[in-house]
Design a protein around this ligand. Structure first.
Ligand SMILES: [Zn+2]
Length: 201
């Protein structure tokens, strides 16, 4: 095969996508090249729009479009809905997994990772705004849905401690989550029952 620099660069980039290797990357790129107007152009436009407009709200942690106001409590558009529960997860993939089970109807709070044991790392997690949300939004239950990993459980404990002086019910996903199991890698059935059978702390 003749090496074409532009194509090789694209293969290199696409190969980094999760679940794709160089072989499937080549197939995708060939499909794009053979369908420039029908597939490649709308893909480029969609990518540019996501690149330019989508970012993570630094208050609640959800992905938002720059068209939505989502900065701070007062105008965080995600907070306009009226729910009484907040589900705390590590990342957006976890949020999407829980949403796909249809068992939960409420706010999400996306921490952006876990506490790794070092105190300074927790500063980057958005935990302070979680406390503020619980206080200001009349929340009656905080569901801590962090992974069954050491880091996830340490983070859950830290959140419990942070919220313990606030009058709010705190619950955790039911036991039975495989140890080391990350929320996003659980099947819908397991996640559904872990959520349904959650226990109060
Ligand atoms: Zn927000």
């Amino acid at each position: 095969m003749m090496e074409i620099k532009e194509i090789e660069e694209l293969i290199k980039a696409v190969s980094k996508f999760p679940g794709l290797g160089p072989k499937s990357a080549r197939r995708i790129i060939l499909k794009l090249i053979n369908n420039k107007d029908e597939i490649m152009k709308p893909t480029i436009n969609a990518l540019v729009n996501v690149y330019k407009n989508i970012s993570r709200c630094n208050y609640c942690g959800v992905l938002k479009s720059s068209k939505d106001e989502c900065n701070g409590f007062s105008n965080c558009s995600y907070l306009q809905k009226k729910f009484s529960k907040i589900c705390v997860v590590e990342n957006i993939a976890d949020q999407w997994s829980i949403e796909s089970t249809n068992i939960y109807n409420g706010y999400f709070h996306i921490l952006g990772g876990t506490i790794s044991g070092k105190i300074d790392k927790s500063q980057k997690l958005i935990i302070d705004s979680l406390v503020e949300r619980v206080k200001k939004q009349n929340i009656d239950e905080v569901i801590v849905a962090t992974s069954a990993t050491v880091e996830g459980q340490t983070t859950a404990y830290y959140i419990e401690e942070t919220l313990k002086d606030i009058n709010v019910k705190i619950s955790k996903l039911a036991q039975g989550l495989p140890v080391g199991g990350q929320i996003e890698s659980l099947d819908d059935g397991t996640l559904f029952s872990a959520f349904k059978n959650r226990t109060q702390i």
